[in-house]
Ligand binder design. Structure first.
Ligand code: FES
Length: 337
């Protein structure tokens, strides 16, 4: 059985099956609604059910509480339609040819760039290219239906290979394979592109781009895309890491900052090693952003990285006057093994 979903204030209507969530149904209809983790943990897909009833097959997901649910808010990556729906979402975009596909890819190169970070480059079969928006991610499809999400770190114009920055997670099934066994030429399967973390090209506002750890990957893709487009908007890049070796591509944003007048770069270490000889900023990276820009009301902010950084930054940036609809983020939620 299926129902109809109408997005309030738009012409967009789509069909939703009983067994699919709102985000999947919208994607099938060629629409991009806000989403990131697709597992009910990040809150990016939160919207309003204006009319109709939804339900969650596995109970209330972690990123919504009973009070929000009672007020009609919903996590559309988990919500199923019990009847026809009228919904309100922050942003809706026609996906065009940017639609998730399931594809095989070979590992073209593996680069060790920090003790626990690898840059992995993938090549699609033949001359096939993947249309995507800078900053989106892909899901590797593993045995048993498991998935592992990684952001694309290259820009769409530079798409001969797809670049991923993969951190080793102790005990992690997939990252353990990447670090211990994976060889160049290995065949992987993935689905992508996914997510609504991408550069909004229709804005003139200055940007703050903040990455935590391998969250620098999608920031790199967005900046390279912006430079390719000739964007002149000021871009202040922040990269937060524990110690100096974790800034595994530090020379790249330094080079951007020296070549492009519109780019500033501030690396921030939370726990520098004693032998790091570090004279730069220290502490939490989101705090450094607020120290440098106490009024964020005129900015667009893009951030990606671990959930504690994302959650702390959401609060701190809102307190600094950043409107919620100008904060774009990708929270690197860990998938359970
Ligand atoms: Fe739905 Fe993360 S909670 S996309």
């Amino acid at each position: 059985m299926s129902h109809q979903v109408h997005i309030q204030g738009t012409e967009h209507r789509f069909e939703i099956n009983d067994d699919e969530n709102v985000i999947d149904a919208a994607t099938r209809a060629g629409l991009m609604l806000p989403h990131s983790c697709r597992s009910g943990t990040c809150g990016t897909c939160m919207g309003q059910v204006v009319e109709g009833q939804i339900h969650y097959p596995n109970g209330l997901p972690p990123a919504i509480d009973a009070e929000q649910a009672a007020a009609g808010q919903a996590l559309f990556c988990q919500a199923r339609a019990s009847e026809d729906l009228l919904i309100a979402v922050g942003e809706v975009r026609d996906a065009g040819d940017i639609r998730p596909q399931r594809l095989p890819a070979r590992v073209a190169a593996i680069e060790e760039c920090a003790p626990d970070v690898r840059r992995v480059f993938l090549k699609l079969p033949g001359d096939k290219r993947l249309p995507f928006l800078a900053g989106q991610y892909i899901d590797f499809l593993l045995r048993g239906g498991q998935r592992r999400s990684f952001s694309l770190a290259n820009a769409p114009h530079d798409d001969e290979t797809l670049e991923l920055h993969i951190r080793h997670l102790p005990g992690g099934v997939f990252s353990g394979y990447v670090f211990d066994d994976m060889q160049e030429g290995a065949l992987l399967r993935f689905e992508g592109p996914i997510g609504n973390f991408f550069l909004r090209e229709d804005s003139n506002r200055p940007m703050i781009l903040m990455g935590g750890g391998t969250g620098f990957g999608p920031i790199k893709g967005i900046v390279e895309h912006a430079l390719h487009l000739g964007v002149q908007r000021p871009m202040h890049i922040y990269w937060g890491a524990r110690a100096q070796p974790d800034l595994y591509l530090d020379s790249l944003p330094r080079q951007w900052a020296s070549e492009y007048a519109q780019i500033n770069y501030t690396p921030v270490l939370s726990a520098p090693n004693t032998d790091d000889d570090w004279s730069g900023a220290t502490g939490f990276v989101h705090q450094q952003v607020v120290n440098d820009h106490p009024d964020l009301s005129g900015f667009d902010v893009y951030m990606s990285g671990p959930p504690p950084m994302i959650n702390a930054a959401k609060t701190a940036f809102a307190d600094a006057g950043l409107p919620a609809d100008r904060l774009y983020y990708d929270s690197f939620e860990a998938a359970p093994d």
